[in-house]
Design a protein around this ligand. Structure first.
Ligand code: FAD
Length: 500
């Protein structure tokens, strides 16, 4: 009979996933377990992930990391949302901005219902004009929320752009101070226990054997433990998210970085632009059925804000997820657990969310099936609903290239079909359970992609048209005044967190 207590945790991989996991576990349970992290300099890290969503602030706060220091150390900038250019058709533009649409909801009726009524009457501006983060983003403004009530500035919902390699280094320093032991070396073998197939140890090319009770697979796309050793299986989503290649290239930074990510549709995919303090990150995500690597690189290089600082770096991936994220005594976190293209900056969030679930369900006394099943159920739900959200961006388009036609005609998951049908027919949107993206996110992308219902909530008609116009336009004026009072994004950075 094994003693089922967890005394030794082995983390395989030292990319963003490995060091985020190491730092959190060291902070939360480092006194009662020994944590060892193995990484290989020869293999290296993906090191792309540069754009995030606001939840990362909670992660940093849990670790007690000062936000200005974090932005300085990672050469970061602030992010109020994502701008989608040319997605619906060439020339179109909308934003998925973080935070709320409008001001406070009136009773139980959301602001956008009033907007829908005025939209039908042709008496309203685009939805983004009533979304504080978008108004501020368009002006190139940024500041943190003031906490003072009754103003759009009370709570500014922001995330960051940052250099993921520097973030991993920053967290490594943090984790090592808390006792995490790092080993540089290449794992060449994984030893499974005879009786139950649990992982017993990994073996390095030096011959060293590292044993543990819990193994966290942060080895990236290769899934060294979860797939190569445990053969867990992968669910392929290429039929819904067909892009499978990326070219990434940094270019010179600009003096006034935008406080938002830009995603521009291209003939067989899309291009990201992520401004950092010391450079701008760019990448072209595309589908190899419709475009070759040379053409993809040429399109990327022809559409940069500044001089390219390197040659385009090719990356290959298959969108999808592991059939189980936690299998026996191994939990896959990061790219080893699955990958969706970085359209809504979800990957680093999934790392954070996986760590949070692992902490909530930490197997301090062995590996109960119920615990493992619950972890897998919750993670699957989050992956699938986020997948639906990404598919929505591709689906509703009026572009004429073969890639986009295929996206328009594809069969979609029932869960997404239900959400679109409900919104189209009744103007209602609901966030289910722990879905990552809220009604506000879905609303902006639905409307941005041209899905605008011809109805609105019946309670809207409790107010007369003039009152609605006054309320909606009054909100816009308040948002504009508040945004105009903010400093510019560049000014805010140089005052608080400019890297030397
Ligand atoms: P990796 O960075 O690949 O790290 C794997 C680690 O495992 C390395 O340390 C490696 O040395 C180690 N390893 C592997 N095999 C062995 C072995 N045999 N022995 C020892 N060590 C080993 N995410 C976002 O949130 N926002 C974005 O904007 C974003 N953009 C992206 C764009 C692209 C094109 C891609 C591909 C990803 C993007 N991501 C983004 C995802 C993000 O890059 C990853 O989620 C993040 O970097 C985590 O990677 P990882 O740590 O899981 O894997």
């Amino acid at each position: 009979m094994h003693d089922s207590r967890i005394r030794k945790i082995v983390i395989v991989g030292g990319g963003t996933a490995g060091w985020m996991t190491a730092a959190t576990l060291a902070k939360l349970i480092g006194r009662s377990v020994a944590i060892r992290l193995v990484e290989s300099d020869e293999i290296g890290i993906v090191g792309v992930g540069e754009a995030t969503i606001p939840q990362i602030r909670l992660f940093n706060a849990t670790l007690g990391i000062d936000e200005d220091e974090f932005v300085r150390e990672t050469r970061g900038t602030f992010k109020l949302g994502i701008e989608f250019v040319d997605w619906t058709r060439p020339g179109s533009r909308y934003m998925h901005a973080f935070g709320v649409v409008g001001g406070r909801d009136l009773g139980l009726v959301q602001f956008y219902q009033y907007w829908l009524k005025l939209h039908q009457l042709g008496k309203v501006a685009e939805l983004g004009s009533y979304t504080f983060n978008q108004v501020a983003a368009r002006l190139g403004r940024f500041m943190r929320g003031t906490g003072q009530p009754n103003s759009p500035l009370t709570n500014v919902y922001h995330a960051f752009h940052f250099d993921a390699g520097l973030y991993a280094r920053f967290l490594r320093g943090y984790a090592e101070k808390l006792g995490v032991v790092r080993t540089e070396g290449k794992i060449v073998d994984t030893i499974l226990r005879g009786e139950d197939g649990f992982i017993e140890a990994v073996v390095l090319d030096s011959g060293e054997r590292i044993e543990g009770e819990l193994f966290i697979d942060c080895s990236g796309f290769r899934g060294l433990l979860i797939e190569q050793a445990l053969h867990t299986g992968h669910e392929d989503w290429s039929h819904w998210l067909p892009c499978n290649r990326a070219m990434a290239v940094p270019c010179a930074s600009v003096p006034d970085p935008t406080p938002y990510t830009r995603a521009t549709a291209r003939p067989a995919g899309w291009q990201w632009r992520i401004p950092l303090q010391h450079r701008t990150g760019n990448g072209h995500v595309y589908c190899s059925d419709f475009m070759g690597d040379d053409e993809a690189a040429a399109i990327l290089l022809a559409n940069l804000d500044g001089e390219a600082l390197a040659d385009p770096r090719p990356l290959r991936f298959t969108t999808g997820m592991r059939k189980r994220f936690w299998n026996r005594n191994c939990v896959a976190i990061g790219l080893s657990s699955g990958f969706m293209e970085p359209l809504e900056s979800t990957s680093i969030h999934f790392i954070q969310s996986s760590i949070a679930k692992l902490v909530a369900l930490f197997p301090d006394r062995g590996f109960a099936e119920q615990t493992i099943d619950e972890y897998n159920r919750q993670t699957r739900f989050e992956f699938e609903r986020s997948r639906d959200f990404l598919i929505l961006h591709y689906l509703a388009n009026a572009r004429d290239e073969p890639f986009w036609q295929r996206c328009r005609e594809m069969a979609i998951p029932d869960t997404l079909r239900h959400k679109i049908d409900l919104f189209r027919s009744s103007a209602r949107l609901f966030r289910e359970h722990e879905e990552l993206f809220t009604e506000v996110g879905w609303l902006q992308v639905m409307v941005g992609q041209g899905i605008v219902p011809e109805r609105y909530h019946p309670m809207v008609d409790m107010l007369g048209e003039a009152e609605i116009v006054q309320m909606v336009e009054g909100t816009r004026a308040v948002l504009e005044r508040a945004a105009a009072a903010m400093p510019s994004h560049a000014e805010f950075i140089s005052r608080h967190c400019r890297a030397s």
